[in-house]
Design a protein around this ligand. Structure first.
Ligand code: EPZ
Length: 417
């Protein structure tokens, strides 16, 4: 099993180009199933989860080619509606094929994704909302077996809880539902905005009618489409924090700063010096790091996906900070490992009490989930000596060429088998 060796401590200096968004690419790839024409996608990140989704699409009959930096997806002869456990178990986002398969074929058999280290990750909100569109389903031996005998019928649906995946599944399904569907209490993450923009480009009839409500008028088919996926805001936030925690000086490029305003404001409060330009941000980390309290929340709140990374930074703050994780029930798996590197963090239910003034020491540690694994790298970058991070397959799911990008700005990091 591969691991990363990091020799700290060093200040990161230079420029980093941000890749395409994993969490925008996954629903957009699923939505290509609506089409019988070719879809040309640019800026898909080269990460494991995208490879898994492309394999899932191929298992459903999609023909996929890579031509000059574009991924060409041809679903003209795609007919299968069975998404097997062996693919879905490695990537929960696979559940996003349920909506489009039902929309196009009025039936689907998709493995329920199961949990992961950060939580149970149920899909009850997806299923309850789909049943409002006329879907009948049962769970049998770990599979969702769903049918819509009369096709999907438009309806007014209010999500009982804000859910990114459920919002995405329903937006895609409703595009082919007969008549009008209104979705309210939607998640409004930028990745959902990107999905809506892609669907509109395909010819779908969707518009926002209030901050968290959408109106979708069903159509029968979509047209050949070219689309470039948005930047990965969590990757961008991660490298901003890397600069802040190493007292570095980084310019993060190929981004839209206003989309990460929450994270930028948070880093300014912590004391980093930030200069914003059109499609890039320069950040200079300061020795003095102010403590702040963080509550993760649905967008535009502080993203749960940046919580672990911010925890590392707040370990080095001059006072105590409190981080409350409101989205997932088990997203403090990185705390034990950070404490092994010298942090002083106490968990109390949803809250992590982060005592500051930590001088991280190098250690051999273990990654447990995608964002926890990157937080261990951030800590290792500030620790004097060699740290080893195990189980970095978690990392490869969502960070493109991370050691290459970090090496380019001065990190001493290498992958070993
Ligand atoms: C998406 O997961 C992201 N994944 C996650 O990123 C992200 O952390 C999460 O949204 C929150 O922003 C992708 O986009 C592929 P939710 P998702 O449905 O859609 C509960 C990463 O690191 N819930 O908004 O699964 C759920 O358990 C990943 O890139 C139900 O109870 O998140 C959670 O507590 C990790 N029933 C809360 O809602 C449901 O049917 C929010 O989950 C669905 C969700």
């Amino acid at each position: 099993m591969q691991k990363l060796e990091v020799l700290g401590a060093n200040k990161l200096k230079g420029q980093i180009n941000i890749s395409g968004s994993k969490n925008a690419s996954l629903p957009i790839l699923a939505a290509t199933l609506l089409s019988k024409k070719k879809v040309y996608l640019k800026n898909l990140p080269r990460v494991k989860d995208i490879e898994t989704m492309l394999m899932l699409l191929e298992s459903l009959g999609s023909k996929i080619k890579k031509i000059k930096g574009k991924t060409v997806i041809d679903n003209s002869n795609q007919k299968k509606t069975f998404a097997s456990y062996n693919l879905v178990k490695t990537m929960r986002g696979s559940i996003l094929v349920l909506g489009p398969l039902l929309a196009k074929f009025k039936k689907a058999k998709v493995s329920s994704p199961g949990g992961c280290s950060i939580g149970v990750r149920p899909i009850d909100i997806h299923l309850k909302a789909l049943s409002k569109l006329g879907v009948k389903y049962k769970i049998d031996q770990g599979y969702v077996i769903a049918t819509a005998p009369k096709g999907l019928i438009g309806n007014s649906i209010r999500f009982s809880k804000i859910s990114v995946g459920a919002t995405e599944n329903l937006i895609i399904a409703a595009c082919f539902a007969k008549g009008i569907t209104t979705l309210s209490n939607c998640a409004i993450e930028p990745e959902i905005e990107d999905l809506v923009n892609f669907l509109i480009k395909m010819g779908c009839n969707i518009r926002w009618i209030s901050k968290r409500s959408l109106k979708i008028v069903g159509i029968d088919e979509v047209k050949e489409t070219n689309y470039s996926v948005m930047f990965d805001r969590i990757e961008a936030g991660t490298y901003l924090i890397a600069a802040a925690v190493t007292e570095g000086n980084l310019t993060i490029k190929k981004i839209i700063p206003k989309i990460i305003k929450t994270e930028i404001d948070m880093l300014k409060k912590v004391g980093a010096k930030i200069v914003i330009k059109k499609n890039e941000i320069n950040i200079i980390g300061k020795k003095k790091i102010n403590s702040i309290n963080i509550n993760t929340a649905p967008f535009p709140g502080v993203a749960t996906d940046i919580q672990a990374q911010m925890m590392v930074l707040l370990c080095k703050a001059n006072k105590r900070s409190i981080i409350t994780e409101n989205i997932f029930e088990n997203r403090f798996m990185h705390v034990a490992e950070l404490n092994r590197m010298g942090a002083n963090i106490l968990i109390n239910g949803k809250k992590a009490i982060v005592n500051g003034n930590t001088i991280f020491a190098p250690a051999e540690v273990m990654a447990t989930d995608l964002r926890a694994s990157v937080s261990l790298i951030l800590a290792a970058l500030t620790a004097k000596g060699k740290s080893v991070i195990n189980r970095i397959y978690h990392l490869d799911r969502g960070y493109e060429s991370i050691e290459k990008k970090l090496k380019k700005v001065g990190a001493k990091i290498r992958r070993v088998n």
